[in-house]
Design a protein around this ligand. Structure first.
Ligand code: NYM
Length: 215
């Protein structure tokens, strides 16, 4: 990096169905990156701490009901309200590890099969946001996710719906996605994640450009 600017951070999103271990792997990779001197932080979407996030939380906990288009736009707005901070951190050299991002937004709503909330329409609402440099897609069968602790507590945690979410994620894949079998041990998965993430962080530090969704 000879431009005199600080090298930017990488934007890395973990995606997958509910209870597949994303949060555990996000924490572990952030801890690992920090131990090697990389400035990294973990964020979760939805960010339930904002007022929009609290409405989303009530919806997910089935304490409120909302029109499918409205809840979809709240998820989008919950990313947009973090956009400036996200861009500022990346430009300042911080790597952001996201536990879900726009890809979940598109996949979960498209999986509902509401005709006017098509995948193309959902994608169009995300275009103001940066694309992840890497999407780590953690996959396992909906049946094995259902066998994990806590499953079924929130809206969407149903085997049939999760199969549709999985199919929607598959339709979104491109060359920036890495697919990881989430049924292995925490340490094995972490080792695979590390080998995929490290080169992407180096690429960002070396100045490769941040993209826009879905260019
Ligand atoms: N979800 C998450 C959406 O439906 N749209 C989105 O844009 C995002 C970011 O919220 N079932 C869904 C997926 C999950 C839930 O759960 C968030 P968790 O366990 O906090 O990742």
């Amino acid at each position: 990096n000879d431009s005199g600017r600080r090298p930017r951070g990488a934007l890395i999103a973990f995606e997958g169905g509910d209870r597949c271990g994303k949060t555990t792997q996000c924490s572990k990779i952030v801890e690992h990156l920090r131990s090697t001197g990389v400035d990294a932080v973990m964020w979760r979407f939805p960010d339930r701490s904002t007022s929009i996030g609290q409405s989303i939380n009530a919806y997910l906990a089935e304490q409120s009901h909302m029109d499918d288009a409205v809840i979809h736009m709240l998820f989008v707005a919950n990313r947009l309200e973090k956009r400036d901070e996200m861009l500022r951190l990346l430009a300042g050299g911080t790597t952001l590890v996201l536990d879900r991002y726009s890809y979940s937004g598109v996949a979960y709503t498209a999986a509902k099969g509401v005709p006017y909330l098509s995948m193309e329409y959902c994608k169009s609402l995300e275009v103001l946001l940066p694309a992840a440099d890497l999407v780590v897609h953690m996959t396992m069968t909906p049946e094995s996710m259902a066998a994990r602790g806590g499953y079924g507590e929130e809206r969407y945690e149903k085997v049939e719906f999760q199969s549709k979410v999985m199919a929607a994620f598959e339709a979104l894949r491109d060359e920036r996605w890495a697919v990881i079998d989430a049924s292995g041990t925490i340490d094995d998965i972490h080792e695979q994640v590390t080998s995929i993430v490290e080169p992407v962080v180096r690429c960002a530090h070396n100045g490769c450009a941040l993209g826009r969704l879905w260019d």
